[in-house]
Design a protein. Sequence first.
Length: 255
Amino acid sequence: MRKKVFIILSVILAISTHLFAYTDGQIVKFGTNTYKVVSASAKTLCFLGCDNSVSGLLVIPATIFDNKDVTFTVTEVGGDETYLCRNITSVKLPDTMLKINWGSFNYAKLTNMNIPKNLHTIAKIAGLYQLFSPKCTVDPANSHFVNDDEGALYSKDMTELYWVPSQVTLNNGVYTVNEKVTKIYTNAFRNIVGLKKIIFPKNLAFVQKGYPTIAPDSHSLEEFEIAGGGTATYKVIDGVLFDEQEHQLVLYPRA
């Protein structure tokens, strides 16, 4: 009888050890990449960063086997500014990817990144610590986001602007925001090279405030302008952006 009880207890212990080998929020490293366990029960991971030895193209795998008994699915990136991607210049995300959190690919100088078909959430400050903003290529099957010919990233209906690539083509230093845009988020223009002037669309209704601002980190930006003939709730006086509804100064060009 005691032998049977011992066997049963051993089986239960083995099962418990298997089920609780990982915990939610645990930091794990596989190869040169560091991840956080999103859900131990669902076996999902969030990519945080990679070793400095990784350079150029970063291909994030869809699944990872821990060389023991668990196969994880990678569903998120970012969420921790302490993990870096210093030498990464482009990113290939898997179709399993669902979310890009704040502080993704920190200190990377990204030129290109794909947005896979199942990705549904991008934090408004996803690229806060990126040194270059990438040209995005959105999978046509994605129902939440879209890119334009220059690789700028928008919501599917193009009313929300997430970011413009650092190497976007400017007209004598001027960038004109697509006329469909009504909302602009923090990362929109932060890393654009040589930007001197931003022309906002005529129906602009929302600009994300607070730090960091939508203005680029460089001191090249000289002025703002708003296209006429619309219903914008903002106005520009002497190149400075004001919120008419809140009677508040929004942005003062650094230059």
